[in-house]
Design a binder for this molecule. Sequence first.
Ligand code: DGY
Length: 321
Amino acid sequence: MTQRVWVTREIPGESLDRLRSACEVDVWPEATPPSAETLREKVVGCAGLLTMLSDAITGELMDVAGEQLKVVSNYAVGFNNIDVDAAKSRGISVGNTPDVLTDATADTAVALLFAASRHVVPAAKQVQAGEWKTWEPTGWLGVEPGGKTLGIIGMGRIGKATAERLVRGWGMKLLYTSRRDQSDVDNELGGQRVDLDTLLSQSDFVSVHVALNEQTRNLLDAEAIGRMPSHAVLVNTARGEIIDQDALVDALERRAIFAAGLDVTTPEPLPGDHPLVKSPHCVILPHIGSATDQSRHAMAEIAVDNVLAGLSGKPLRCSVT
Ligand code: DGY
């Protein structure tokens, strides 16, 4: 019998055609995610799910799908939207799309760092609004990363790629947190592994690259943010829940830190009247870290490979289980 796969959003490229030639494929056609109710309806009887980071794939949903469910393939490197333990205990494989989005996401972190440091968004808005009056000797003064200290929270693939750009390109000194010893980073980039408190109090620029899990949720709470110097810039391209947003609002309002650049928030999108959206000291992007043609096409290939492997009971190309 033909196996059924539910794809929760259109993905770029031709890779879905490969899936269509191997099984029955149903793709959610809307630009916004399916509701929880729609997910529950659509997963019933599926052997594979190709999901987005905005879909909550719980153990209960896996049970609703049925015993024939073999694989959940997330179209993202992060997989905090999937209950991996529940999948494991049900013998369901879970895949993700690492590596191919590393450079694009590191580029986004660097772009946010500069945008936040140099008031790029409010300054450009002033010009667009026809409100720019003159060159100002004291206007729009920012902070420069050259030769300063960069703190990378989470020295995984994307953390390292971000560090490489800023250490090699801007001569930044590198502090980082990591669960394991990373002598390659120390040798190649002159990095120093430190604890989080040291990183926050000694870094001029901090970029967040840890995965979201119960240990990292609200990792940057009021106390942690309070350790940062008042000229510091905070960048997050990982997951919004890693930063306590109320604490960040408070720190920006009190000018306890200089600025923030966020590609991720809680929720996504933030309401238009949220204080972070309104803050002139915060740049927010709509979670576009991996949004290049190259990365999204490569992610599609891996996600489809993962589904096809899972359907035929083979090891996934990129497995998290
Ligand atoms: C990911 O892959 O986890 C990014 O957040 C989105 O591409």
